[in-house]
Design a protein around this ligand. Structure first.
Ligand SMILES: Nc1nc2c(ncn2[C@@H]2O[C@H](COP(=O)(O)OP(=O)(O)OP(=O)(O)O)[C@@H](O)[C@H]2O)c(=O)[nH]1
Length: 597
């Protein structure tokens, strides 16, 4: 019997009030009493609270009675940020309906569109919801029209709520029950459950979040992850209410968790299917995809001694976040460290902050880069995660970079500014349409490398904060790229190499060496900073020596003593030069990102 179950999620652009609405739903269904209330109950990672963003998807069961029937409403919370799109898609696959939440003042934004299309692709029933109607600036009629133009929703169907004050929330709950279809599935069929998330508990190990599609799972059964092939015994089954609450079984249509003594999150593959060992013929559910790391950077302890501490800290983090990966890396300049892969820049920042707050390691981070493909003269395709691995120019047949399709939603008056920005970033315009009287959506294909570092910030600043960006991967395309190396006193500093467009190389080379000159402190000797492509030097700056006047104290005429001292100083300089003993600060490592603007 699944007719009393409704599985739904809330999808929205960042800050449109998803977590606040989730809190109100928990309250209006009596799932949490007023006294347990704290702001944003579903966001329980500290960082999420600090930054006001939802990182991991959660699932909560709510029970309530309507017309003498007890309903089970499962709310699956989804992350709103572009970096975590992959988790959004997994969560959608577990629902029959989605509340599409739009801020009554901000209107439709880039992620509203991206998320709504994703929900439509999963055939979810969409309940359009306009939030924040309590705001004096709210413009619900216009927003309803924008939603109609961009997403095809009927303005009559839009439910108006204030997640803050609770207005309209009861009506919304009634709509969920009336309109969202109950799940289908047979509790007596062979077990098929979709893994849509997991997290790590220090005492219980990996907690696997599942949505049962068919069949029933019971405590004590031996389950198997269909794709990974691993077998485990179920030691606890339960649902979140919103804390973990054990139960005996989970049947078709239900959402809950499994605890199976799994020691590492790496063994739980999001998107995999759970079945019972020995039950033949339960095929894997569609939708298993490995999270794609889009951005890489090197992390090095500034004190080489801390290498193993850093490894332990990274291992601890990876246990909790399988979408983050790392492998040892050695750099001539920075010594031993790790090359780390992230879903995007926000993900990178979060991991870095966690490392710094959870362990006491002083880190040097190299400039983030995207993954490239190089076809060499022998016809082999090499995947490049770090610029220093790019072969020399003579050995490259084709250099390819990832391209993403960007949707930017902006008020009409900023169209010109955003177009200019996208063109400067080598974007190719694909589309332009109006969503409402004064809102437009521009679609561009842009190299990911031009997007990851600061395109979002730049769009924000040239649209006074109103522009929003969302992107999805299109594929790899050949481009006229090259590896630019930085040499400090003639020695190539591998960690400073970057990949850039040949047409830009001279300008960037000049900008980078200038920036580095400013970041490198004066030494006792002259420091030459050069940018080069292959063996061709394209820019040079010199950090002049800080000449210590060693003879200052030698008054009078003892010329031989003066000479001796000067000689000694010269030798000192030579030795320093020979070992390339130039101190380069963390800031200098990020300087290579600068465009010279
Ligand atoms: N006035 C008003 N403010 C609201 C309402 N709903 C949410 N807010 C505020 O809007 C801001 C964003 O709300 P959140 O619930 O954190 O937004 P979110 O969509 O969950 O954000 P992410 O988790 O980062 O995706 C907060 O400051 C809320 O207090 C509302 O109905 N009225």
């Amino acid at each position: 019997m699944t007719t009393h179950i409704r599985n739904f999620c809330i999808i929205a652009h960042i800050d449109h009030g998803k977590s606040t609405l989730a809190d109100r739903l928990l309250e209006h269904t009596g799932t949490v009493m007023n006294r347990d209330k704290k702001e944003q109950m579903l966001d329980d990672l500290d960082l999420e609270r600090q930054r006001g963003i939802t990182i991991k998807a959660r699932a909560v069961k709510m029970r309530l009675k309507r017309g003498g029937v007890e309903y089970e409403l499962n709310l699956i919370d989804t992350p709103g940020h572009v970096d975590f799109q992959y988790e959004v898609s997994r969560s959608l696959a577990c629902c029959e309906g989605a509340l599409l939440l739009v801020d009554a003042f901000q209107g439709v934004e880039a992620q509203t569109v991206a998320n709504a299309f994703a929900a439509m692709e999963h055939n979810l029933f969409i309940v359009p919801v306009i939030n924040k109607i309590d705001l004096a600036m709210a413009r619900p009629e216009e927003v309803a029209e924008e939603m109609m133009n961009s997403l095809g929703t009927d303005p009559e169907d839009c439910i108006r709520v204030s997640a803050k004050t609770g207005i309209g929330v009861d009506a919304l709950i009634d709509t969920i029950i009336a309109k969202v279809p109950p799940p289908t599935g047979n509790p007596n069929a062979t077990l098929q459950a979709m893994v849509f998330d997991s997290n790590y508990d220090d005492y219980r190990g990996a907690i696997t979040y599942v949505r049962v599609m068919e069949g029933t799972v019971k405590k004590g059964q031996k389950i198997q992850f269909v794709r990974a092939g691993s077998v485990h015994e179920v030691v606890e089954i339960g649902q979140f209410v919103p804390q973990r609450h054990p139960c005996d079984t989970l049947s078709a249509g239900q959402v809950g968790y499994l605890i199976c003594n799994i020691k590492s999150l790496g063994d739980v593959h999001i998107g995999d299917t759970v079945t019972i060992v020995g039950d033949k013929g339960a095929p894997a559910l569609p939708g298993y995809a490995r999270p794609k790391r889009m951005v890489y950077c090197g992390l090095f302890p500034s004190d080489g001694q801390e290498f193993s501490d850093l490894r332990d800290a990274l291992e601890r983090l990876a246990v909790n976040d399988p979408s983050f990966e790392f492998e040892p890396e050695t750099s001539d300049a920075l010594g031993f460290g790790f090359r780390c892969g992230f879903l995007g820049l926000l993900h990178m920042e979060i991991i870095q902050q966690r490392l710094e707050s959870e362990s006491n390691i002083d880190l040097v981070q190299t400039a983030p880069n995207v993954t490239y493909e190089v076809v060499n003269k022998r016809g082999e395709t090499i995947i490049i995660h770090k610029p220093q691995d790019v072969p020399d120019p003579g050995d490259i047949d084709e250099f390819r970079q990832p391209i993403v399709r960007c949707n930017v939603i902006i008020p009409g008056e900023f169209i010109g500014a955003v177009m200019k920005l996208c063109q400067e970033r080598r974007g190719i315009q694909k589309n332009q349409e109006y969503l409402g009287a004064n809102r437009a959506m521009l679609t561009y294909d842009i190299p990911l490398a031009e997007v990851v570092y600061d395109l979002h910030d730049k769009i924000k600043s040239c649209t006074r904060g109103y522009g929003t960006l969302d992107y999805e991967m299109v594929g790899y395309e050949a481009a006229d790229l090259c590896r630019m190396d930085i040499m400090v006193n003639g020695v190539r500093v591998d960690a400073l190499s970057i990949v850039c467009n040949k047409a830009d190389a001279d300008r960037r080379g000049r900008a980078v060496v200038k920036k580095l000159k400013a970041e490198i402190e004066r030494h006792m000797f002259e420091v030459a900073v050069q940018a080069a492509i292959g063996s061709r030097v394209i820019a040079r700056e010199t950090v002049s020596a800080m000449r210590k006047n060693v003879t200052a104290k030698c008054y009078g005429g003892d010329i031989s003593r003066k000479r001796k001292l000067l000689q000694k100083q010269k030798e000192g300089k030579k030795r320093m030069k020979a070992v390339g003993n130039v101190e380069i600060s963390q800031k200098a490592f990020m300087a290579v990102l600068s465009d010279g603007e």
